[in-house]
Ligand binder design. Structure first.
Ligand SMILES: Cc1cc2nc3c(=O)[nH]c(=O)nc-3n(C[C@H](O)[C@H](O)[C@H](O)COP(=O)(O)O)c2cc1C
Length: 390
């Protein structure tokens, strides 16, 4: 069973991740993980911190001579500007006069007020450090190990940005084939295959930045090819669509998730929504002419490409002031901040890839099991043979 947890504060010493359940013998390298970490950092509309930090993973357990051992894999990612935060984020108690002022002014749209009330603190730093999207660097690392596992079985994951604010892709780019999505330059700052839409999206991000505002959008994440039979209809918490939705909704600033053409489907007649089933006698296989279900029916992958759309809100830290109230004095003030990202949709797409990899790797290992990669492969291939004979 795959399990993944992270630890670490935004301005703490490092992020830590533990990923359990990978089979033994899977070739893994820090370079492959670093490549994904770098992709998270290059998005158009990201702010200053991305230039300070170039994330690198240090694998600390679970791998020997370039291969997984079958035990938990652990890793750390150092926070490069930790030296500036040694006192503010010290593990040891600090002197009263250490010049560490509590944050009593909660920012709307962030954890600041809800977390302060929950933990009874008057210093929002106690909660905002962990709620920060910095944590997603550890998720991209953990998800990248899962991606390596899936790739060993031919399953690839990619993403593209389909909308920023009111600007969106059109025509063939609305339903782009996974092959074309995977061809997008991994380091493309906008991750949009439609060049005309991309320049409009960039202009909109620039305009938001000039106005001291922020902007959201939509990213599509796909996996292909995916064997039928991952996930299960038998229990609510085993359904693959629900598990993918949890993984996606847990990304900071994610506000909605769509599987296949779910949103359009809710406004259509049933006859225009479902993917009819055909059978090719020569090739002895079932096929569909459409994939509106996004590759999942009744919580089980159906052999189609998995297509997920992630709806990302405009991030909440704005140069333009938002009204709020001081935690201690209860006096109103206007929350305005100088340095922040303007748009995180391209970065969220990369994080979405990692989270889709995690959800699929979990379901994949449930289905095929195995302590070693050889055993997993043997189970996988036997299943594929059984499908051929079906
Ligand atoms: C990659 C990434 C970077 C982010 N950077 C910022 C940022 O610089 N400023 C900000 O206000 N929010 C940023 N966010 C969003 C906040 O972390 C998020 O909105 C906040 O923690 C509240 O969580 P919620 O939006 O899921 O409710 C970022 C999100 C992601 C995915």
């Amino acid at each position: 069973m795959i399990r993944f947890i992270t630890a670490g504060e935004s301005h703490g010493k490092c992020l830590t991740g533990i990923l359990e359940g990978l089979p033994a013998g899977l070739p893994v390298s820090a370079e492959a993980i670093d490549l994904q970490l770098r992709r998270r950092q290059v998005g158009y509309g990201r702010g200053g911190r991305m230039r300070i930090e170039r994330d690198e993973i240090e694998i600390t357990a679970g791998v020997r001579h370039g291969r997984t051992l079958g035990g938990p894999v652990s890793f750390v990612i150092q926070n490069r500007d930790w030296s500036h935060w040694r006192i503010a984020m010290s593990v040891e108690p600090v002197e009263e006069d250490a010049n560490v002022r509590p944050i009593t002014r909660p920012r709307p749209g962030h954890v600041d007020l809800a977390g302060a009330l929950k933990y009874g603190t008057y210093d929002s730093r106690d909660v905002l450090e962990r709620a920060s999207a910095r944590e997603t660097a550890a998720r991209v690392a953990g998800g990248s190990f899962c991606r390596v596992l899936l790739e060993a079985f031919g399953i690839r994951i990619g993403s593209h940005v389909v909308a920023i604010g009111t600007e969106h892709v059109s025509g063939e780019y609305e339903n782009l084939e996974p092959g074309k999505i995977m061809e997008i330059d991994p380091f493309s700052p906008m991750r949009c295959a439609d060049a005309a839409a991309e320049s409009r999206m960039k202009a909109l991000i620039d305009r938001a930045k000039e106005m001291g505002d922020t902007i959201g959008g939509v990213a599509e994440i796909v996996a292909s090819p995916v064997p039928p039979g991952l996930g299960s209809h038998t229990q609510w918490d085993r359904r693959l669509d629900g598990r993918i939705a949890l993984c996606m909704m847990s990304i900071p600033a994610a506000k909605a998730v769509e599987i296949g053409s779910g949103i359009e489907a809710s406004a259509s007649f049933g006859s225009a929504v479902h993917d009819e089933i055909f059978y090719d006698r020569e090739r002895r296989r079932f096929f569909r002419e459409t994939n509106r279900a996004g590759g999942i029916e009744a919580g089980i992958s159906n052999g189609g490409d998995i297509r997920v759309r992630l709806y990302v809100k405009p991030i909440p830290t704005l140069r333009k002031p938002l009204r709020s109230v001081d935690l201690r004095t209860k006096e109103p003030f206007e929350a305005a901040f100088e340095r922040s990202d303007t748009c995180v949709v391209p970065a969220a797409a990369v994080i979405g890839e990692a989270m889709l990899a995690l959800a699929l790797a979990e379901a994949f290992m449930e289905k095929f099991g195995g302590d070693s990669i050889a055993e997993t492969r043997s189970n996988f291939e036997q299943y594929l043979r059984s499908l051929e004979q079906y």
